[in-house]
Write a protein that binds this ligand. Structure first.
Ligand code: 4NP
Length: 160
C-alpha cells in the first residue's frame, strides 16, 4: 500500500486551533474509513505550552461535538517539513512563520492556509485565535474548522 498522506496542522500555541483541527480531521477520516490513507498531527510555532493537553475550554467545546482532543502540544520541528505532505497554517502569521522556517522550495510548497478551504465565513481572513475570547470564539473556530477539514480532505482525496 502507498505511504499515508501526512497532514500537519499548525497554529501558535498548539493548544487551541491546531489540535482541534487534528481531532476533527481524525474524526472525519475514521467516519470515511480512510485511516489507512492519512496520518494527522499538529504542532505550534510557540513552544511555551509543550507537553500540555489542549486548552480546557477547547476540550469542553470540542467534546460537545463528539471530538476527544488528546494531543500533547509540541513545537514545529525541522523534520516536519520532510515528514509531512501538507502543512496547514491557521492564520497569516503562522503562514509567514512557516514559510520562513521552510528549508527548501519544495517544503515551502507544502504550506497552505486553512482559510482557503473555508467559504462560509466571508468576514474572516484567517482562523482566529480564540485564546483571549469567550465561548463564542471557540464555537466559531470549531464551525470554521469543521468546514475547512471537510473541504481539505475532499481536495486531498481528489488529488491522490
Ligand atoms: P492557539 O492559541 O495558537 O490556537 O493554540 C493560542 C494559545 C496560547 C497562546 C497563543 C495562542 N499563548 O500565547 O500562550
Amino acid at each position: 500500500m502507498a505511504d499515508k498522506k501526512r497532514i500537519l496542522f499548525v497554529c501558535l500555541g498548539n493548544i487551541c486551533r491546531s489540535p482541534a483541527a487534528e481531532g476533527i480531521m481524525n474524526h472525519l477520516i475514521e467516519q470515511e474509513k480512510l485511516t489507512a490513507e492519512f496520518k494527522i498531527d499538529s504542532a505550534g510555532l510557540y513552544g511555551g505550552h509543550a507537553g500540555e493537553l489542549p486548552d480546557r475550554r477547547m476540550r469542553i467545546h470540542a467534546s460537545k461535538r463528539g471530538y476527544d482532543l488528546t494531543h500533547r502540544s509540541r513545537p514545529v520541528k525541522p523534520s516536519d517539513f520532510d515528514d509531512c505532505d501538507v502543512i496547514v497554517a491557521m492564520d497569516n502569521n503562522n503562514y509567514s512563520s512557516l514559510k520562513n522556517l521552510a528549508p527548501t522550495i519544495e517544503a515551502e510548497k507544502k504550506i497552505v492556509r486553512m482559510i482557503d478551504y473555508i467559504h462560509s465565513f466571508p468576514y474572516q481572513h484567517s482562523v482566529p485565535d480564540p485564546y483571549y475570547e469567550g465561548a463564542e470564539g471557540f464555537e466559531l473556530v470549531l464551525d470554521m474548522l469543521e468546514e475547512g477539514c471537510r473541504n481539505l480532505l475532499e481536495s486531498l482525496k481528489e488529488g491522490s
